[in-house]
Every structure is written in C-alpha cells, then in structure tokens.
Ligand binder design. Structure first.
Ligand code: ATP
Length: 548
C-alpha cells in the first residue's frame, strides 16, 4: 500500500488536501491523472447504468424495457429530510476516548486481544492494581502484527520475547466486550490499562448554518448520502419523465460524513463521492430485482478488471439487516492495507422495501410489537418527526392498482472504487531494456476504459521531420477526444517506463520508416507486442482497441 500511495503522489493521482498547510485529515485532492481516472470510473458507471442502459424487462420479454434516469440534487436538503430518513436520530457511531493519549476511536474499529506474559504486569490507571492479564488494542487494519507489538510494549518486553506472550482467544473488537472490562484494556499507544472512557454516540452528519442569522434554527446538514435527494424527487421524476415502473433513478455526487477516524488513504474520508441507484419496482417483484442488481453490480467490477480472487459478494446475516430490509449484500475488495482474509466495502446493495418513500409521507417509522412499520410517536402521542404528508404512491395503470413501490438500492463509492482500481492495477515485473538487461518495471494495468491516458506519442529522434509527423498523429488522437501525451525526452525505453507507470495502454512511435512508408509502431502495455500500422489510421486503431 505504501508503494501505491507513493506512486499516487509522485505521478499526480492523489494529493493530501491542503498539504502546504500540513494537510486536513479525512480530505483528499485528486491530481491531473487521478482526476482523469476518477472521471473514467464515474463516467463508466453512468454510461453502463444510465446512458447506454438498454436492458430487457425479462429475458425474452421484448420489446418492453425498463428505464434508468439521472438526477443531480443539492448537497443541502431540508432538515426534515434527515429526521424522517432516520439519519438525525440513528446515524451515529459509538466512540470512545483515551484519557492518556487524548485520542478518539470508533468502538468497532479498535481491535483487541487478551494476553498475558509470564507473570509480567502493567499498571491500571488510578488504582494501585498491577494486571497480569490485559487486552491490548490497535486500530491498524493489519492488526495481527500490531497486536504483538502493542503487547510487547505494554509488558516492556523486547521483540525476541514475542514467544512468551500467551494469547487468550482470538482478536475481537471493543464493541464486543462489556464496558466493565474496559479497565483491563490498554488503549492503542497507551502505557496504562483502563484509560478509556465509557462509549458515547457521535452523529456523523456535518452541520452547517444557512443564512446570516446563524441561530440553531438555521442549522442544516451536508448530505451524508445522495439517496435522499432521489427519494424526495420520486414523484417529480415519475410525473415529469413518463417513466413506468420498474425504473431506476441514479445520482453521482459528493457526500459528507464526520468520520471519527478517517483512514486508509481515500477509503474512509470525510468528503467522498457516491454513485447511487434507487430502483423502484412492484413489491411482489422486489426479491427478483434484488438478486438481479446484486449480481449485475458485482459483474460490473469484474468487467472493469477487478480479479475474482480479490472481490467478494457478501450477504448480510439476518442480524445485520436493517429492520425494513429483506436482504443486503456488500461487494467487498481485498485492499492491500487489510489483514489477510479481510475485505473492505466497495458497495452495498440493499432491499429497502417501502421504508424511504413511506417515511417521507408519514414521518419517521419504527417497528411495532407485531413487526409492522408504524410512525414513531413522542411522549405526547404525536409523530416524533412529521413526514411531508404528500402522497408518494404510484398508480400502475395496467394492473389498475395504487401502491408504494419497493426499492432496491445499489450504493457505491466512487473514491473507494477508484482506490480498488488503483490497487488492482499495480504490478511490478521485469523487462529487458535496449541492451537486453532485465530491468524492474512498474506497470499500472488499468482497464483501457479507466486508463487516465489512452495513448502516448513519441518521435524516435527530435529531427528528420519526426517531431512534425508525431505532432500530426498526436493532433488526430486529441481530435478523436482521447487523452494522450506527447513525449520526446530520453530513450524510447525510458519513455515506455514513464507511460507504463501511469498505465497508458498504447504507445505510438514515429521512426525513420514512418517517413518512407507512412507507418508507425503501436506498442501494447500488457502484451508488449509492437505492430506497424498506418500513421493516418492511429486514432481509429486506438479507438477500436480501447472499445474492443
Ligand atoms: P462503512 O461501513 O465502510 O462506513 P457504510 O456501510 O456506512 O460504509 P453506506 O452508507 O452503505 O456505507 O454508503 C455506500 C457507499 O459509500 C459505501 O459502500 C462506500 O463505497 C461509500 N462510502 C461510505 N462512507 C465512506 C467514506 N467515509 N469514505 C469513502 N467512501 C465512503
């Protein structure tokens, strides 16, 4: 992962936000290549899910098709939206503070493991107690090794005594033990046991103030997801665009969450971009559509080059499901910053029933004693959070039925997908240089659709009319709308290396033969095969190869 982060900075994929002022934790900036890469991720998603979408309703059911349309809604919405959606009351993480290191952690992100060490002991904060059995803690994603380091440090033992550690059970997380056991936990980086506070709730929505008065009544929130912008516009879209059920509304845009511990490069940021679909369908058809979207979204990552061994589709256990959900599955990727066998979420596909549309009609919902969703009431017997009171039902004019559609929600993160594509692309191999000597090569094997630069043009030497011919080829590629680079510095081998490092699929060299027979070489990044093609057909050929 360190190599990938270093490459991102060196070649201009991702920079730390406000770096010259020391950075701003949880925020990232994309450089020229990262901007192209992320734009290609976002555009591929929008192209495949919306613009080029042309799916048949059922196999063999031509010619009826379901439609996918886009919206772009504001980052700030009416505060009542978040009250009815549940974010105002429920969108929090449990956090805990360490009194010794003054750090704050998310409870479920602190890994702990019980350990003792040959009768060695450690002090407990504010007591005279010397503990011989403690739980050591870490927030590192590759936690196994770090737990050993923490345990040795806690007991004041050298590395060579790691064998003396007696582990009790396997690693778990802080939210899995009783708060009464916190007095035996040595927090990450702490020297004593028992320095953690009791857990507290922390709402993840970012607050802001609208208008000049600046009172609490003017408080609003930056959206923590793009989905609610779709739900509140369901009726507008249905009434204005003549879509018929089933149909999908899609949105790509920024979301904000006040993450307690942003980390793992862009994986967990406080500002990030989502690519979300709300697919509205008849309640009786929703289980089928859930399976359909779960499989289709998984395949999307494979089609763009993620390998099957690093991508899993994980169905949530019944206990993990939100109360309104029939099913939820996560698409997860084996990011290199995770421990062996651990995966990080790229996308969640959730069956949300009619929960969202009903909440915006009736107010915040809760489950009654029979398991039915009903409006949540306050101590005066009135709705705790009032809904819009608007009718968000749908009239099916073929079945002559009115109902509230059910929703399938594939919700993906553009930054997490971009990071997964960056990690997947990273390869090191060895290739012979001009003298036949093997040289280390760093090559980013991006899918051609995602590659930030599609082609590079090199005149072999800076004279004999080659730069002029190269400029012509470069101009034709640009005119075809392809992002390409022109490079005449250094040996051809070095120019190839520079392009391999940023994942350019094709390099085109203009040489002596170009001037006599009008052909150039085109070199493929992955196969390294070089072929001669007519110079005046380069743009056509590159476009065809990119689309093949
Ligand atoms: P996590 O459990 O990792 O916090 P989540 O389950 O809260 O994620 P969702 O609310 O389902 O995430 O959001 C949908 C998608 O948005 C996620 O799959 C992820 O790709 C992206 N996402 C969510 N939070 C962040 C974040 N802090 N930084 C970057 N991307 C995020």
């Amino acid at each position: 992962m360190e190599k990938i982060v270093a490459l991102c900075k060196r070649r201009g994929f991702v920079f730390q936000n406000s770096e010259i002022y020391g950075g701003q934790n949880g925020f990232w900036d994309y450089g020229p290549l990262g901007t192209e890469l992320k734009r290609n991720v976002r555009n591929s998603w929008y192209h495949d899910m919306v613009s080029a979408h042309n799916e048949l309703l059922q196999p063999g059911d031509a010619p009826s098709k379901y439609q996918m349309v886009g919206v772009e809604t504001a980052l700030i919405m009416h505060p009542q939206v978040w009250k009815c959606s549940g974010h105002y009351d429920l969108f929090h993480d449990m956090m805990v503070d360490c009194r010794e290191t003054r750090s704050r952690f998310r409870l479920d992100q602190v890994r702990i493991r019980w350990v003792s060490c040959d009768g060695q002991s450690i002090k407990q904060e504010n007591t005279d107690a010397e503990l011989t059995r403690i739980a050591v803690a870490t927030t590192e994603e590759d936690f196994s090794e770090d737990l050993v380091v923490q345990a040795l440090r806690a007991f004041g033992m050298k590395k060579k005594y790691a064998g003396k550690l007696q582990w009790d059970g396997s690693a778990t997380t802080l939210d899995q033990i009783e708060v009464s056991e916190f007095c035996d936990v040595v927090a990450p980086g702490a020297t004593k046991a028992g320095t953690l506070t009791d857990p507290r709730e922390f709402n993840l929505m970012m607050k802001t103030i609208i208008g000049a008065l600046g009172t609490d009544d003017d408080a609003a929130y930056l959206r923590p997801e793009t989905a609610q912008g779709i739900f509140v516009n369901f009726k507008n879209v249905a009434d204005s665009s003549r879509v018929k059920l089933p149909f999908g509304i899609c949105q790509v845009g920024k979301s904000f969450r006040n993450e307690i511990t942003p980390r793992n490069f862009t994986f967990r940021s406080r500002e990030f971009e989502q690519m979300e679909i709300e697919f509205f369908c008849r309640p009786d058809a929703s289980p089928g559509w859930y399976t359909y979207w779960r499989d289709r979204r998984y395949q999307w990552y494979l089609d763009l080059g993620i390998s099957k061994d690093r991508l899993i589709l994980r169905d949530h256990h019944a206990a993990e499901l939100a109360h309104y959900s029939v099913g939820t599955a996560d698409i997860e990727y084996a990011f290199p910053f995770l421990d062996e066998g651990e995966y990080g979420e790229l996308e969640g596909i959730a069956h949300r029933g009619d929960f969202d549309l009903r909440s915006h009609m009736e107010g915040k919902l809760t489950k009654d004693e029979n398991g039915e969703l009903v409006p949540e009431l306050n101590e005066h017997g009135q709705p705790r959070h009032r809904g819009s009171g608007k009718d968000l039902s749908y009239f099916d004019d073929q079945a002559k039925e009115r109902f509230i559609p059910h929703v399938i929600e594939p919700s993906a993160g553009a930054d997490r997908a971009t990071l997964a594509f960056l990690c997947e692309a990273y390869h090191e191999d060895q290739q012979p240089d001009e003298k036949g000597k093997l040289q280390e090569r760093l090559v980013m094997k991006f899918h051609p659709r995602l590659a930030p630069v599609k082609a590079a043009v090199f005149p072999l030497i800076k004279k004999e009319g080659m730069p002029e011919k190269a400029a012509e080829v470069f101009g034709a590629l640009k005119a075809a709308g392809l992002n390409c680079q022109y490079d005449q510095q250094g040996t051809i081998g070095r120019r190839y290396r520079r392009q391999d490092e940023i994942g350019t699929p094709y390099c085109i060299t203009i040489d002596g033969d170009t001037l006599t027979d009008g052909t150039v070489t085109i070199r493929d990044r992955d196969t390294l095969v070089q072929e001669r093609i007519p110079a005046d057909r380069v743009a056509e050929e590159v476009t065809a190869r990119l689309n093949s």
